[in-house]
Write a protein that binds this ligand. Structure first.
Ligand SMILES: [Mg+2]
Length: 367
């Protein structure tokens, strides 16, 4: 471990204090808050029983194995008493704004990841609270007071570990990963649990004998880059608990997208996957023309009853080729199979970096 610390010497900036706040079972908790009949019961927010998927599940439902993104029929089979509730996004957005206002009492450096999750940089916080764990306690108490809802928090010296930490004491808990603990924490982590490593990369890593953070850490930077390209460097540093990405306030999500409505509705995976290709071409051409890059691929599916679903996946470094964009897009579609209804429209978009902006996760890495 002492050697590791030496490796980290060099252009290391001031130690950051980062909190990742994540609301517990957010949509489902809001529904239980607003309807006492739902409290203590297995609740799924999402489509009807016959079609659609679970958008969020209460902890009571999770005990039965109900998970978000699970087809509603499967969820109902796992948990016969499951109560389905229609989502009320306007309410969730309003609560989300209340939460952000609470964050803003402590720091202006807030990077929302979704309605119920954000990174905060509290290195220099507005209330001059010395310990980040105390800032997290104050924020969670205030969220409870204002919204009646529970939040969990992860506290660490970088974004990667803070996000990992917020899962550690869920629900309604918080966890600190100190600089001393960071490398050991990552060491034991299965590669599939690394944020940003999806099933395909995870399988590739396993086939190379890389099963945990420790396995990754035992590789050279050259090896990791040879096997995983640009992302290899990110994995190399992450496996050492090093992640210098900044918390980016007011990040404007810009996206490049293309979509197509079909002459006849599609039901077959191969036919739909084929229809994705011209969309991928169009998006990628636009990115190349404008110098845009992005890490988040979103698939949009409109069914024949006009219901729309979107599914996204973010990768650790900007998508670097047309074939990578295609692979990610097709994988998102594959994950949704079998679809419950015929599809009339598909869309693909790439988002999260500004035009001409460089990939921050590469820029900030210590050499
Ligand atoms: Mg959450």
């Amino acid at each position: 471990m002492t050697d590791e610390a030496d490796d980290q010497a060099g252009p290391v900036a001031r130690q950051r204090k980062i909190i990742h706040v994540d609301m517990d079972a957010f949509y489902a908790s809001v529904e239980q808050r607003d309807n006492p009949d739902l409290r203590g019961k297995p609740v799924a927010v999402g489509g009807s029983r016959e079609r659609g998927v679970v958008a969020a599940a209460s902890y009571e439902a999770r005990k039965f194995g109900v998970r978000s993104a699970m087809p509603s029929v499967t969820a109902k089979r796992q948990c016969p008493d499951l109560i389905f509730v229609k989502p009320r996004f306007e309410v969730y957005k309003a609560v989300s704004q209340q939460i952000r206002d609470i964050f803003a009492e402590h720091t202006p450096i807030i990077e929302p990841l979704s309605l119920d999750e954000a990174y905060l940089d509290v290195t220099e916080n507005l209330q001059a609270i010395a310990l980040a764990r105390d800032v997290a306690l104050a924020i969670r108490a205030r969220i409870k007071e204002v919204t009646g809802l529970n939040a969990s928090a992860g506290i660490s010296y970088n974004k990667f570990l803070a996000k990992l930490a917020s899962d550690h004491r869920k629900p309604n808990g918080q966890y600190v990963i100190s600089p001393e603990m960071g490398p050991a924490f990552v060491e034991a982590l299965p590669v599939g649990k690394f944020h940003g490593i999806g099933p395909a990369t995870s399988a590739k890593m396993n086939s190379l004998g890389l099963h945990t953070g420790l396995d990754m850490r035992n590789q050279t930077l050259d090896f990791m880059q040879a096997k995983f390209g640009k992302a290899g460097a990110y994995y190399y540093w992450i496996s050492r608990g090093i992640d210098d990405r900044e918390v980016r306030a007011n990040r404007i999500r810009k996206s490049v997208g293309a979509e197509n409505t079909f002459a006849g509705d599609l039901t077959d995976f191969d036919a739909m996957a084929a229809e994705l290709l011209p969309l991928v071409d169009k998006v990628w051409r636009h990115c190349e023309d404008k110098g845009s890059r992005g890490r988040t691929v979103t698939l949009k599916v409109k069914f024949n009853d006009f219901e729309i679903i979107t599914r996204s996946r973010s990768v650790p470094v900007a998508v670097s080729s047309r074939s990578e964009l295609e692979r990610l897009s097709v994988a998102l579609l594959q994950n949704e199979m079998p679809l419950s209804r015929p599809v009339r429209l598909l869309g693909v978009s790439l988002s999260s970096l500004h035009e001409g902006e460089q990939d921050e996760s590469q820029l900030g890495l210590p050499i």
